[in-house]
Design a protein. Structure first.
Length: 246
């Protein structure tokens, strides 16, 4: 029986062993790890992406790529990958994925989300001391931020109240000044005609006409009164004692 060259080649390959189909994945992952150790995060992320092309369902590779993107300061892409990696049921993948996601959220000042990610990392691996430490750190920083916001709001409310008090005081002063100006204007104006008549002294009324007989009687009374006054003076002089005996 004649065997074709293709059949012979396949036979040789089967004899020596075919390379596994997933071999490019681990190889690229290994190169990515080497680049990571050198601090070549861009290269590492590229190698992890190649590994994922061969093994797209492997969450360890997703975690590695997300961590490399986080080191490259690409938080949005990194968090997308890390959150995807947290779906892996294996503790060695889930826990560090939540932990690194928490770090990315913490750097982005998303403290509520970071606290939640650290909490989930602790639940996935209760022995993770780094996750516990970062959880406490994020919690304290969140409390400080909340207190700072409360103090700022308190100061704003106080400044607002002070401004309202100043405005009210200024308004009261303006009203008082307006009242004083009005009082001065009222004093400067002449009183109405009826008040003018009341304030003026009454005019003397002309004396009534006396008859001749009344005039003679008044004159006789004055003369009699004058005689009595003279008589009283003379009597008073006689009763006075001398001051010295000369």
């Amino acid at each position: 029986m004649v065997v074709s060259s293709l059949s012979m080649m396949l036979a040789v390959l089967l004899a020596v062993g075919l390379p596994p189909l997933w071999a490019p994945g681990p190889a690229a992952n290994k190169k990515g790890n080497e680049a990571w150790k050198k601090g070549e995060f861009d290269t590492a992320a590229g190698q992890y992406a190649r590994a994922l092309d061969a093994l797209p369902a492997e969450k360890k590779l997703v975690f590695n790529r997300g961590t490399a993107l986080l080191a490259q300061k690409k938080p949005d892409e990194a968090l997308s990958a890390l959150v995807s990696a947290t779906a892996d049921p294996r503790r060695e993948v889930k826990a560090p994925a939540f932990y690194n996601a928490g770090n990315g959220l913490f750097d982005g000042q998303k403290l509520d989300e970071a606290i939640d990610a650290y909490k989930r990392a602790i639940l996935a691996d209760p022995s993770d001391e780094d996750a516990k430490f970062n959880y406490e750190l994020a919690t304290r920083k969140k409390q400080q931020q909340d207190q700072k916001k409360k103090d700022q709001q308190k100061n704003q409310d106080k400044n607002k109240q002070d401004q309202q008090n100043q405005d009210q005081q200024k308004q009261e002063q303006q009203q008082q000044q307006q009242q004083q100006d009005k009082n001065q204007q009222d004093k400067a104006q002449p009183p109405p005609p009826d008040q003018q008549d009341q304030q003026q002294p009454p005019k003397p009324q002309p004396a009534a006409q006396m008859s001749k007989e009344q005039a003679e009687q008044l004159l006789d009374a004055l003369k009699a009164n004058e005689k009595e006054m003279i008589k009283a003076r003379m009597t008073s002089k006689r009763k006075r004692d001398v001051d010295k005996d000369w």
